[in-house]
Design a protein around this ligand. Structure first.
Ligand SMILES: *[C@@H]1O[C@H](CO)[C@@H](O)[C@H](O)[C@H]1NC(C)=O
Length: 232
């Protein structure tokens, strides 16, 4: 009798508790997702003291022609027109064939503002250069997991802060991922670029002040603004 009573009364409690726990978990997950989806630009930080380090330090991550480069902060000072990367973290949508890889968070970036177009940043599986593309283009490459350091400032790929800027052409610094931990020796040799300048960089999140303005609204930050006269 006593056991029966305990059994009956305990059921609702246990169910209620696990329901509450899973609701709490969901709520935590939503908060985590929201934090991960905060949009940011990306700054290159080079701590070395060569001319190349100083040249690359402080540049912005930009996208153009399927590749990821470091260029001037001011878009009008870029030799080749490029879009400033505006990125965030979200689960990479694996295909049925790649589900088992479970690569976790991807790093999508806007690649144009009007129309707003998102692509995945990835490291090419052969050349290890950083590129961007849709899922079809990216899925066979290193698409993640992307993460941040504990202070949430520095971007990691596969848990590593292992990026290099390589000067592919005069003044054109492309980003590479040192997946092999050999300072890109193998992949640069294969691409006959061992004589090119290259410097290690950290990719640091700069939280974007404003989301990209929808095309219908004209905000102060819009492209084509003369600028310079705004009081603040
Ligand atoms: C992905 O991009 C390629 C190249 O731009 C394009 O041909 C293809 O249609 C795109 N796939 C999807 C699903 O949008």
């Amino acid at each position: 009798m006593v056991i029966g009573l305990l059994f009956l009364t305990s059921i609702p409690t246990v169910t209620g508790t696990s329901f509450a726990v899973s609701e709490q978990r969901k709520s935590n997950q939503r908060k985590e997702d929201a934090r991960r989806m905060v949009k940011f630009n990306i700054e290159a930080v080079c701590t070395g003291d060569t001319d190349d380090d100083r040249d690359v330090n402080g540049r912005r991550v930009v996208v153009r022609n399927d590749k990821v480069y470091l260029d001037m902060v001011d878009p009008t000072k870029r030799e080749i027109p490029s879009f400033t990367a505006l990125a965030f973290y979200i689960e990479y949508p694996e295909l049925d064939e790649t589900k088992h890889l479970d690569r976790g968070l991807g790093l999508p970036t806007y690649v144009s503002a009007n129309p707003p177009l998102l692509n995945w940043i990835y490291a090419d599986k052969d050349t290890h250069e950083l590129m961007y593309g849709n899922r079809t283009q990216s899925v066979e490459h290193f698409v993640g997991p992307w993460d941040w350091t504990e202070d949430e400032k520095t971007i990691l790929l596969e848990e590593k802060d292992a990026f290099y800027a390589v000067e592919e052409e005069e003044g054109q610094w492309a980003l590479y991922y040192d997946r092999d931990g050999d300072e890109l020796a193998r992949v640069l040799e294969e691409q006959e670029m061992l004589d090119n300048a290259f410097v290690p960089v950290s990719l640091v999140r700069k939280i974007a002040e404003e989301p990209p303005a929808p095309p219908s609204q004209s905000q102060g930050q819009g492209q084509g603004q003369a600028g310079g006269s705004a009081g603040k």
